[in-house]
Design a protein around this ligand. Structure first.
Ligand code: FES
Length: 143
């Protein structure tokens, strides 16, 4: 029987002032069901929203430049591949080939000038392995 891992606590993401209103997003790595996925957060109507960076139409990353997700009018999250439009505040598809789909949301919190994201049992922080031990005879510094 598989043992369920406890859900990790909220993770610090970035400083609040790193997310300007309808500005560039902050992207980071998470895992969904143990597989690596990019995620992004941006500020829209004053609130921080976050989603997996994966289009509903074809499961690919959507930003048209690194950390640029909004269209020219700063109204929609726009997929750069085939132009799907998503509502920034809900992630719901509004137009284009995303049908009745919705981006996968990630809960966020903001307090004391810091943005946090909230892991779930499915979407978790990337776990980094402990550093590999030095090989025999390897040096810690210059010789
Ligand atoms: S992959 Fe996003 S609209 Fe086609």
């Amino acid at each position: 029987m598989l043992e369920r891992q406890p859900v990790p606590p909220p993770e610090p993401l970035c400083a609040s002032n790193a997310l300007l209103e309808r500005g560039q997003a902050f992207s980071w790595d998470v895992t969904q069901w143990g597989r690596p996925v990019r995620a992004f957060a941006l500020r829209y109507d004053g609130r921080v929203v976050a989603y997996l960076n994966r289009c509903v139409h074809v499961p690919t990353e959507m930003d048209w430049q690194p950390d640029e997700f909004l269209d020219m009018d700063k109204r929609w999250i726009l997929c750069s591949i085939h132009g799907a439009h998503y509502e920034p505040d809900t992630g719901r598809c509004a137009a284009g080939p995303c049908g009745r789909g919705q981006l996968t949301p990630i809960a966020t919190q903001e307090r004391d000038g810091q943005v946090w994201w909230v892991p779930t049992s499915d979407i978790r922080p990337v776990e980094f392995d402990a550093p590999a031990p030095a090989a025999d005879g390897a040096s810690d510094g210059p010789r």
